[in-house]
Design a protein around this ligand. Sequence first.
Ligand SMILES: Nc1ncnc2c1ncn2[C@@H]1O[C@H](COP(=O)(O)OP(=O)(O)OP(=O)(O)O)[C@@H](O)[C@H]1O
Ligand SMILES: [Mg+2]
Length: 217
Amino acid sequence: MLELRDIHKHWHDAPEWPLLSGVNLRVDAGETVALLGASGSGKSTLLKIVAGLEAPEQGSVWFDGVDITGWPPERRRFALMFQDFALFPHLNVRDNVAFGLIEQRVRKAEARDRAQAMLARFGLAGHGDARVWTLSGGEQQRVALARALITQPRALLLDEPFSALDAHLREQLRDEFRERITEAGMAAILVTHDAQEAQAMAQHAWTLREGRPQPLW
Ligand SMILES: Nc1ncnc2c1ncn2[C@@H]1O[C@H](COP(=O)(O)OP(=O)(O)OP(=O)(O)O)[C@@H](O)[C@H]1O
Ligand SMILES: [Mg+2]
């Protein structure tokens, strides 16, 4: 279980304006929580605090009963996926997916085998040798998810993962992503502007307003 307790954050260029003022949030394993809210309301900042890329001024982040607030990002073993998913253009599709394993010092041959198996589960078995830029936007997004999931992260943090895609593809991918996330059984936070996307993917949703999450469902 992922838990935020009383998170506070100001930015120094606007010290009188609290961005996050007492955020409490709980995400159980296997559950997706959606976070909506106006542009500039602090959604991405909150996700960065969960990831360990920003520190809160006050409050704490917990995972399975352990206070991880001071932990660096790599120790948390959370996967992040942003809108500009940043696949590596110089690597083929298989090596993009294998990347996280190789970073964890899994042998290259084994990492590639596991990446290939992952690609097969994502309907991309025939694309392993392809350069990433030859894939469609939706295929690239699936590669990004495969890459995020292969290291079996403890939580998945998604920041508007589909906003660069057209409406049709978005609809198709949200169902696929929901299935993969449920199957992986991890806690997930989905930041989105799209209420329908939240409906389709999340069991609970909050909107961030005046520094606090207000319940939607
Ligand atoms: N590193 C930073 N230093 C100073 N201000 C920042 C920093 N990062 C974000 N901000 C400010 O904090 C506010 C919230 O930004 P954030 O990116 O969290 O919003 P958001 O809800 O994700 O918005 P959007 O929906 O547009 O992505 C913005 O006004 C932004 O300019
Ligand atoms: Mg944002």
